[in-house]
Write a protein that binds this ligand. Structure first.
Ligand code: MG
Length: 372
């Protein structure tokens, strides 16, 4: 995105997060991948000649840490949106032609919407992102009755809202009081307000449901393990001892299924594997109950919620389906999660290879975890 004129972007990051039930400013909430909402939103305007982020005084430290080393200009906001915009305007460079103002809590804004707003403002003096009404509208009358309204005449206003810089600064210098948006201030100063192309996905994150859409810091993990079946050992899968003439060979109880789950979890969290964590050279782990080791792994991942565990056990024999519920119950209990978040399925290899000829059992596991 490049313009032949200078653009300054003001990103408004006020808000307490009360409606989002967070107890902190929702623009500090992490997006999938780890960056906060405010960072993602500001990054959409990195094309601008100046990016001014207006933060609430209470969150000063968080904002300085978040934008440490970036070109973003940080400005402390006021008590109202109008005061915060006024503070942001003071930081706009003098050679600016267009000022574009955007809510920090609208991280899904697209390049198309930004370009439309800025170009409309460059042409007409103002460009306000807006979308048509999709619902039928009714107007309230004083007697409690309602009458139908022509929805073609109404638009839902979003941000960005872009303006001729000189005229916007002048408009703000004239007003006092609280206004719902910049378009209203611009209009009150006698300027015409033009609409530009909005987007229904350009939502303002407001409630807890909106934040859930961000996904948070979500990570996938994969684990795989194989053990040999030999006589003279117990066969233990998912912590359950099965009635079978052979058992799995290994330093621990050789619970191949639990080993795959542990490796998947450790991998998702960016940790090393169970071989490094519980070395088979350490006598401490001789005959170890793998379910206990799984509990240790769970403790290690205390900063994560386990979204789901999907385990596949690959064995020609014995039949595993009758044990499925016990497997799920044991894993869910060790992981301290609802059993609905755990699934165990089984397959054979159609008598092919070392598993097909009954010499071993393998397990493969995928997990999804989320930073809490
Ligand atoms: Mg193993």
């Amino acid at each position: 995105m490049k313009f032949s004129f200078n653009v300054a972007a003001i990103i408004l990051c006020g808000g307490s997060g009360q409606r989002a039930r967070l107890g902190y400013n929702k623009v500090l909430h992490p997006f999938s991948g780890g960056s906060a909402v405010a960072e993602i939103t500001a990054s959409k305007f990195s094309f601008a000649n100046a990016v001014i982020v207006v933060y609430p005084a209470a969150d000063k430290n968080e904002f300085f840490e978040m934008f440490d080393g970036s070109d973003v200009i940080l400005v402390e906001g006021g008590n109202t949106r109008t005061d915060s915009v006024k503070a942001g305007l003071k930081a706009v460079p003098t050679n600016t032609h267009i000022i574009t103002i955007h809510d920090g809590a609208r991280p899904f804004v697209t390049e198309k919407v930004i370009v439309s707003s800025i170009e409309t403002a460059h042409k007409n003096g103002s460009g306000i992102a807006a979308i048509p009404q999709v619902n039928a509208l009714r107007r309230k009358c004083s007697d409690g009755n309602t009458i139908s309204a022509d929805r073609e005449q109404f638009f839902s206003v979003q941000t960005p809202q872009s303006f001729d810089a000189g005229r916007l600064i002048e408009a703000y210098s004239k007003i006092d009081g609280v206004f719902s948006d910049d378009a209203e201030v611009f209009e009150k100063a006698g300027n015409a307000v033009f609409l530009s192309e909005g987007d229904e996905n350009n939502i303002k994150l407001t409630n807890y449901r909106d934040l859930a859409m961000l996904g948070g810091d979500v990570r996938v993990g994969f684990g795989f393990d194989v053990h040999e079946l030999i006589p003279g050992r117990d066969l233990i899968l998912c912590g359950k001892k099965l009635d079978y003439p052979l058992g799995l060979m290994g330093h621990s109880d050789a619970d191949v299924a639990v080993h795959a789950v542990m490796d998947a979890l450790l991998s998702a969290a960016g940790e090393s594997d169970i071989g490094a964590l519980f070395p088979d050279t350490d006598p401490k782990y001789e005959g170890a109950d793998s379910i206990k080791l799984l509990r240790n792994v769970r403790k290690k991942l205390a900063e994560y919620d386990i979204c789901n565990v999907s385990l596949m056990i690959i064995a020609q024999k014995p039949k595993l389906l009758p044990h499925r519920t016990d497997f799920i119950t044991n894993l869910a209990a060790a992981l301290e999660i609802d059993s609905k978040r755990v699934n165990v399925s089984a397959t054979t290899t159609e008598f092919l290879g070392i598993i097909g000829n009954g010499k071993g059992i393998a397990a493969s596991c995928d997990v999804l975890i989320k930073k809490n």
